[in-house]
Design a protein around this ligand. Structure first.
Ligand code: NAD
Length: 505
């Protein structure tokens, strides 16, 4: 049997990553499955970072001239490469980020889907023609490429986040510089290699159109500070956004901030219990609770609480936690020991506040001694404490009773974050109220679906400390372009707007 290091090297070689990129470098990459080192990635210096950004800025000057549908062809080819490599790249996501196999594959599927979306979009980048008050004039909007798009990504979606941004940025005529999480640089190198394969088939893309810079947060800081980068899309913790956002604002650059969530679901009296339990289980325990959209707070109607809780506890006790490579595993490891400590800290705080806790303990998985595996935790709370208002990036679900929907909506929104949310109900009035202006204050508000597992067709992102950014579908492409309003006079007179007279000749 191959070791995990041998398998990693084999996948990387098969995907076209050069050995020197992941051997002998300063950045040790650990698999969360066993905690072992699976690569040593070469990191980029400050000088290299500046050079790479300059090369990407030069590539932009050429790429912006290529017609958008042709740019879409490159992204379509990227989608084809991803389709062909789905199994291998998905497996690498499992090895490097610890996702179960179907979620690793699902992440690559998301990349394929956004490429399909962006390729179509490349023929639909369109502005308005607007009625003008002046005769023989035409007023319209044109959308132009913006420049280098910087992408900073988090460990938990090591490749999909890049694709949400890059596929749109590229069809919009931008070049791309990516700073992946220092915990997941291998999947980034593999993705870049696939991009280069697509470029080779495309034939005419400028050199340096997309680049990866590996290293710690100092590379992200350099990206945020570099005046050749007019837009940075940064995905990660709210603490990171608090540093990156002001840096970009200081130089009037654009930002797309996709930060922490603290997502809740309200379970009403009329909810379909079986459907609700399935929705809760996936969104609270999927990806071992390490999705920005993970369900973290469950507000259950008093009349249903004593029926729902015992069944949920049973699910929590029996869910298969283990090696994510094994068929049947539903919950893989936490990313590292720090994540485990963060979870234990929140559990201790909840306990001190009087919570009743089921699960939460470390589990020994044979053959995976160095991995941090935990039994997902259910934490019954009497009130919404300060601990509950903080995002704990682990499978930890706080549960509370409510009596009135007003009360539940108040608790629902009474946290600093505003990413994803759900209501489980069969009452039309409750469902409509939840998605109305006086309901959920989040960027994503679902009915009879858990808060996680969004599709690429919609705009993805959240409010408040989640950062306000939007990525992926709908009209999000506009964030990657600059808008010009053009007024064209095709007459012989020069009528001024608002009836102003200024006769000089
Ligand atoms: P993190 O904030 O530790 O790191 C994210 C990225 O930011 C990394 O690439 C890191 O190197 C970089 N970074 C950190 N400090 C920086 C700085 N000062 N300047 C520039 N770059 C900096 O996050 P993580 O632990 O990798 O990911 C988990 C977090 O990401 C959670 O809070 C989760 O909710 C959030 N997340 C949000 C979304 C979303 O779409 N809203 C998606 C995925 C993850």
């Amino acid at each position: 049997m191959k070791t995990i290091q041998e398998e990693t090297a084999q996948i990387l070689a098969g995907l076209g990553v050069a050995r020197e990129a992941y051997e002998g470098g300063a950045l040790a990459v650990h698999t969360p499955i066993t905690g072992e080192v699976i690569g040593r990635v070469r990191t980029n210096t400050e000088a290299e970072t500046t050079q790479v950004i300059a090369a990407t800025a030069a590539a932009f000057l050429e790429w912006r001239k290529v017609p958008a549908p042709k740019r879409g062809e490159l992204v379509r080819l990227l989608g084809e490469e991803l389709r062909a490599a789905k199994t291998e790249l998905g497996r690498l996501v499992t090895i490097e980020a610890g996702k179960i196999i179907s979620e690793g594959l699902g992440e690559v599927q998301e990349m394929i889907d956004i490429c399909t979306f962006a390729a179509g979009l490349s023929r639909q980048l369109c502005g308005l023609t607007i009625a003008t008050e002046r005769p023989l004039h035409r007023m319209m909007e044109t959308w132009h490429p913006l420049g280098v798009t910087g992408i900073i990504s988090a460990f938990n979606f090591p490749v999909a986040v890049w694709s949400w941004n890059a596929a749109l940025a590229l069809v919009c005529g931008n070049s791309v510089v990516w700073k992946p999480s220092e915990k997941t640089p291998l999947t980034a190198l593999a993705t870049q290699a696939l991009f280069e394969r697509a470029v080779a088939k495309f034939g005419e893309a400028p050199a340096g159109l997309s680049a990866v810079l590996n290293g710690g947060k100092e590379i992200g800081e350099a990206l945020a500070a570099n005046r050749q980068v007019p837009l940075v899309s940064a995905t990660g913790s709210t603490a990171m956004g608090r540093q990156v956002g002001p840096k970009l604002a200081e130089r009037f650059a654009r930002s797309i901030l996709e930060l922490g969530g603290n997502n809740a679901a309200i379970v009403c009296e009329s909810a379909d219990l079986d459907l609700t339990l399935r929705g809760i289980a996936f969104s609270a325990m999927g990806t071992a609770g390490q999705r920005c959209t993970t369900l973290r707070r469950l507000l259950v109607h008093d009349s249903l609480y004593d029926k729902l809780l015992p069944r949920l506890k049973q699910i929590y006790k029996s869910v298969v936690v283990g090696d994510p490579r094994e068929n049947g595993t539903l919950v893989g490891p936490l990313i590292d020991g720090r994540a485990f400590e963060g979870m234990q800290q929140s559990l201790a705080e909840a306990k001190a506040a009087g919570a009743a806790i089921t699960g939460g303990e470390r589990i020994n998985v044979p053959g995976c001694d160095g991995g941090y595996y935990v039994r997902p935790a259910l934490v019954e709370m009497k009130e919404q404490t300060a601990t509950m208002k903080r995002e704990t990036f682990a499978p930890l679900l706080y549960v509370m009773r409510f009596r009135q929907l007003d009360e539940a909506l108040h608790w629902h929104n009474d946290v600093p974050q505003g990413l994803a949310s759900s209501i489980f109900t069969n009452d039309l009035r409750e469902a409509e109220r939840f998605v109305s202006a006086e309901g959920s204050d989040c960027g994503i508000a679902n009915v009879n679906i858990g808060p996680s597992g969004a599709e690429i067709g919609g705009a993805f992102g959240g409010e408040k400390e989640t950062g306000g950014g939007r990525e992926s579908g709908s009209d999000v492409w506009k964030l990657y372009m600059r808008r010009a309003t053009n007024t064209i006079n095709y007459g012989r007179e020069l009528p001024l707007a608002q009836g102003v007279k200024f006769d000089v000749v």
